[in-house]
Ligand binder design. Structure first.
Ligand SMILES: [Zn+2]
Length: 184
């Protein structure tokens, strides 16, 4: 999930060099060696859902990844936010694309800073309206799991594991909160 360093200028196509710009900046940036354009890089947002089923939300929908990284591992439906959409719209879009699920969006549930790789992950709760799924090309299989059935050792990402742990803890407590977590 690490991003590759920028190699070419987006303005003129020349090579860039990572250096601290001469404008009082304090961080190295990709600066064009020809036209001096500074390319700022900022964190990316990953948005997704915790889709649940059952009278008390005892089942959670997970998708088995058909893509790298973590091919064959289980994840909640999530992906990179697109331009011109809200976080909730992006989370809903990913849930349709990856699981082909029908659902009703709920409240924001987790916000996780993954500063090491320059990402912010956000998950919304969602209530499934059907237990039939039509997964897209990025998913091998979409299925429901109870807490006891969750394949904890086969979860694709730490952010997904954190979100699932908070979901089942809150469910046990009978009250769902909003959790902000810094992933080291
Ligand atoms: Zn340039």
């Amino acid at each position: 999930m690490h991003r590759c360093p920028i190699q070419h200028c987006k303005q003129c196509g020349s090579t860039v060099a990572y250096r601290i710009p001469d404008d009082g900046d304090t961080k190295p940036r990709a600066v064009c060696t020809a036209c001096n354009t500074i390319h700022y890089e900022n964190p990316l947002n990953v948005v997704g859902t915790v889709p649940v089923w059952g009278a008390s939300g005892e089942y959670v929908l997970l998708c088995k990844r058909n893509i790298e990284p973590r091919f064959g591992k289980w994840t909640l439906p999530a992906g990179f936010m697109e331009l011109n959409e809200t976080t909730a719209q992006g989370a809903a879009r990913e849930t349709v694309e990856e699981a082909g699920a029908q659902f009703e969006m709920g409240e924001i549930f987790t916000l996780m800073n993954v500063a090491r790789v320059g990402q912010v992950h956000m998950y919304y709760r969602a209530r499934l309206l059907s237990d039939q799924f039509n997964p897209g090309v990025e998913t091998i299989e979409a299925r429901l799991f109870t807490e006891a059935e969750i394949p904890w050792d086969e979860i694709a990402f730490r952010t997904v594991k954190e979100t699932l742990e908070h979901y089942f803890a809150d469910r046990q407590r009978g009250r769902f909160g909003f959790h902000t977590i810094d992933i080291a």
